[in-house]
Design a protein around this ligand. Structure first.
Ligand code: FAD
Length: 280
């Protein structure tokens, strides 16, 4: 939809230009990623937007210590990464499943950005799921020209609430090599085949142990860690406990009841545990 109150539109084409605009960001001037959410609901408080699309950030940069994903990378581009291009990093195979967990057509995924998905901070945000299971670190540009880093999961304060300060820009996500070397498994439940995720769980098993990210069924992600694959009973107890505490408990919205989300999360946790080699 048209944003009728917007009077200024800036599309910086280099980092310095974006840096110069950052102090002007605030309640009435915001960043534009792909715009799939920004243009989908009225934004009567907005007088200006700063579009990140002209910056030309390299979508993926691989190095010895892992993979850096620019905030402007689209979900389609991430989902199209060919795992055979990264034979040392089996977890790259999880990119497609996570990208496709965003409901809607490929048309939406071709525009929606990784940064926009994280910053919107919906419980069903699949880029948060990916970041949570792979221990992604965010690089954030501060409006005073400095940068800071933080675990991506710590940017999620609650449904549609992120922990960025006014003027801060999410620049990129770094996926560490140790996590990328792991095997992964993903499960999603929604009330209809193309419905929004009500439970989206991802697991990884590698040299640093077993990690389970419980998302969509909770207001914010829960990340459970073990030295090795836990027993069925231990994992179920921890998932149930996370559901009582993290973010205020099992999430309740039109996409699923708390009781159903709890049941699906417990089922998926066990399926993931078994897929990644758990017995007993
Ligand atoms: C049909 C449809 C289905 C959808 N399904 C889902 C779904 O299943 N799960 C889900 O999570 N979302 C869903 N969405 C919502 C939304 O489209 C996605 O979350 C999408 O990934 C948002 O990315 P974007 O780049 O379009 O963000 P935008 O709409 O451009 O921005 C979203 C917010 O993030 C901020 N922002 C963007 N980039 C940055 C940055 N780099 N640094 C700081 N702030 C930034 C913006 O200011 C804005 O507040 C859906 C939308 C549609 C239209």
């Amino acid at each position: 939809m048209d944003l009728l109150t917007v009077e200024t539109f800036a599309r910086p084409t280099d980092d310095d230009a974006l840096r110069a605009l950052q102090p002007t960001l605030g309640a009435d001037r915001t960043l534009l990623g792909g715009g799939t959410w920004l243009f989908s609901v009225p934004q009567p408080h907005l007088a200006g937007v700063v579009d990140l699309a002209g910056l030309g950030w390299e979508p993926l940069v691989a190095a010895g210590d892992g993979l850096t994903v620019a905030a402007t990378t689209t979900l389609a581009a991430l989902g199209d990464v060919d795992p055979s291009s990264y034979p040392a990093w089996p977890a790259v195979a999880s990119f497609r499943g996570c990208a496709e967990a965003l409901v809607g057509s490929r048309k939406v995924r071709q525009v929606a950005t990784v940064g926009g998905n994280v910053c919107l901070a919906l419980p069903a945000a699949p880029m948060i799921t990916l970041a949570a299971v792979l221990d992604a670190t965010a690089t954030i540009w501060l409006p005073d020209g400095r940068s800071r880093t933080a675990p991506v999961v710590d940017l999620v304060a609650g449904p549609q609430r992120n922990a960025l300060a006014p003027g801060e820009v999410l620049r990129s996500l770094h996926l560490p090599a140790v996590a990328l070397r792991a095997r992964t498994a993903l499960r999603k439940a929604s009330l209809s085949p193309l419905g929004r995720s009500a439970a989206l769980l991802a697991g990884r098993r590698g040299e640093d142990g077993f990690v389970l990210a419980v998302t969509a069924s909770l207001p914010r992600p829960a990340v459970l860690r073990y030295d090795d694959v836990p027993t069925a009973g231990a994992l179920a107890a921890d998932v149930a406990a996370a559901g009582e505490t993290v973010g205020g408990g099992w999430y309740d919205d039109p996409h699923g009841s708390p009781a159903w989300r709890r049941a699906m999360s417990l089922l998926f946790a066990e399926e993931i545990r078994r897929e990644l080699g758990g017995t007993g």
